[in-house]
Design a protein around this ligand. Structure first.
Ligand SMILES: O=c1ccn([C@H]2C[C@H](O)[C@@H](COP(=O)(O)OP(=O)(O)OP(=O)(O)O)O2)c(=O)[nH]1
Ligand SMILES: [Mg+2]
Length: 153
């Protein structure tokens, strides 16, 4: 197990009294994050749900906002921009965008666990522009070129 990485968290006034994001089990990859507001998301609609805190993620890391499979399976409620990207230099409130693909209005209550946050390392790229790329067996083949998909009828 890699040692946990410290992340500064600032509670905002409307986040007072809420549970901080937490791992539900010892081996959980994501910390469940709770809503800081009551909101109803109608079928086909989306909402950026307040969490009541802001972060200072250490340089070299990001936080990914991912859906909870239970909400997706039972209610069709997911994160449309998954994985949402929280940059290390972002100091605003972390928000969770939820979209309701289900057929019934989904009621979010303050304190409900709505998504999960995964801390991940980030490596930034630097472009080396060239005239020719090295040759490979795959070449330009992609998008199913290696087969394995059922034929459409
Ligand atoms: O689910 C999300 C996604 C993003 N953010 C915040 C943190 C992130 O660092 C910032 C910008 O996100 P992103 O780069 O995905 O959005 P953008 O549309 O490119 O906006 P910007 O021009 O501000 O980068 O918005 C959230 O709070 N929740
Ligand atoms: Mg951006």
């Amino acid at each position: 197990m890699i040692d946990p990485v410290g992340v500064q968290l600032k509670r905002l006034p409307h986040g007072e009294g809420l549970d901080l994001p937490a791992y539900a089990t010892a081996g959980a990859a994501g910390m469940d994050v709770v809503a800081a507001e009551d909101v109803s998301v109608a079928p086909g609609k989306r909402h950026a749900v307040a969490t009541g805190f802001a972060l200072a993620i250490p340089a070299g890391f990001e936080i990914q906002v991912r859906p909870r499979s239970g909400l997706a399976l039972k209610h069709g409620v997911t994160v449309p921009n998954t994985p949402g990207t929280i940059d290390s230099d972002y100091r605003g409130e972390l928000k969770v965008i939820l979209i309701n693909h289900g057929s019934e209005t989904f009621a979010v209550r303050r304190g409900d666990r709505i998504a999960q946050l995964v801390l991940a390392p980030v490596v930034q790229a630097r472009w080396n522009e060239v005239e020719e790329l090295d040759a490979t067996v795959r070449g330009a083949g992609g998008f199913g070129s290696t087969g394995g998909h059922p034929k459409l009828v």
